[in-house]
Design a protein around this ligand. Structure first.
Ligand SMILES: [Zn+2]
Ligand SMILES: [Zn+2]
Length: 339
């Protein structure tokens, strides 16, 4: 039997995409920690725009600050009507606690908002020339390649906000994960729940994980126009709450994404997948082909368990749990030839 997620191991609730006053977020890193701790989170990846500033001082026995940044490319930097152009945003989350060097750095360009004030705090390889961003698969793949080589966990963010489609993202290679849900974009009104994008990437042969994030900008404990916190989270199964242990789990895909329901247990045994989850309305299995399988709750009842048959011809499977509020939990995709 292969235990993919286990109710006997620790889960840590994480927001893997978050902006603070280091760039264009409204809360300081400390305020974000306080607010997220109150909601049961143990992990925040601080991914401010274009500058990587570690916040290890916030980590303690109950909280882990992951170090990262979000790098953005857009079709035309000269266009003032920013919402009109396609973009590609990637988060790079360091898988090593003591990594200090940011990759693909440019000494003078691309910084906006408060990030400008952190320019001198960024560490980078001074022997490298300035990295010029050109929107397109070549440059995007170069960032991903360098990111992976430098041991970053690379995520592909909010494809709907970016106005990208299969025509663009099918060329992006070796990203670790895609945002199956991005709360900031969803709250603003886009359909930023992306199971379609996830299947596009998987069916194109990419072995990639999925995460749900907040992309927090606007929540402020003392009032804000809207609240983009606490909508999408990733539950990471790790030995303990150390940087090393959580990084290892990210690398190995020991997590699931959710906007509400919880998954407790997921195992694969002799062609059968078993799942246990919180009380829900629908549990469905998606595969690499047309085949789907679904367990539905009877009227006024709920389901919290399901068993599905899968075979080699299914290529991969992933499970979606939907609760009575229409919130989803999504497992990663598991490829049958790896099980
Ligand atoms: Zn973004
Ligand atoms: Zn962001």
């Amino acid at each position: 039997m292969k235990q993919l997620l286990s109710k006997n191991r620790n889960y840590y609730k994480a927001n893997l995409h978050c902006h603070s006053t280091v760039s264009d977020g409204k809360c300081t890193p400390q305020e974000l920690k306080t607010a997220y701790r109150k909601e049961g989170y143990s992990i925040i990846a601080f991914t401010d725009h274009n500058v990587m500033i570690p916040h290890h001082d916030l980590s303690d026995d109950n909280f882990l600050a992951l170090t990262g940044y979000e790098i953005d490319l857009c079709e035309d930097y000269s266009v003032v009507g920013f919402p009109k152009v396609k973009a590609c945003h990637l988060c790079l989350i360091s898988l090593e606690k003591d990594k200090q060097q940011q990759i693909c750095w440019h000494r003078t360009d691309y910084l906006q908002s408060n990030a400008v004030n952190y320019r001198d705090k960024v560490c980078f390889d001074e022997t490298e020339p300035d990295f010029v961003r050109v929107y397109g698969p070549e440059c995007i793949n170069e960032i991903i390649r360098r990111g992976r080589e430098a041991n970053f966990f690379v995520t592909y963010n909010h494809p709907k906000w970016s106005m990208e489609s299969l025509e663009q993202y099918k060329y992006y290679k070796n990203m670790n994960a895609v945002e199956i849900y991005n709360n900031m974009s969803f709250i603003e009104g886009r359909d930023e729940y992306n199971p379609d994008v996830y299947d596009d990437l998987l069916r194109d042969g990419k072995r990639i994980y999925c995460i749900a994030t907040d992309d927090t900008h606007s929540f402020h404990p003392f009032g804000s126009p809207y609240n983009d916190s606490f909508g999408g989270f990733t539950m990471i199964q790790a030995e303990c709450l150390t940087y090393e242990s959580v990084a290892e789990s990210l690398k190995n895909g020991n997590f699931y994404a959710s906007t509400g329901p919880l998954i407790y247990d997921l195992s694969f045994n002799d062609g059968k997948v078993s799942i246990e989850c919180s009380d829900s309305k629908v549990i469905s299995l998606t595969t690499g082909i047309r085949t789907v399988q679904t367990v539905r709750a009877e009227k006024d009842k709920s389901v919290s368990k399901a068993v599905f048959d899968v075979g080699k011809g299914d290529v991969y499977f992933r499970i979606t749990v939907t609760d009575e509020h229409g919130k989803y939990a999504n497992t990663n995709a598991y490829f049958i030839d790896e099980l």
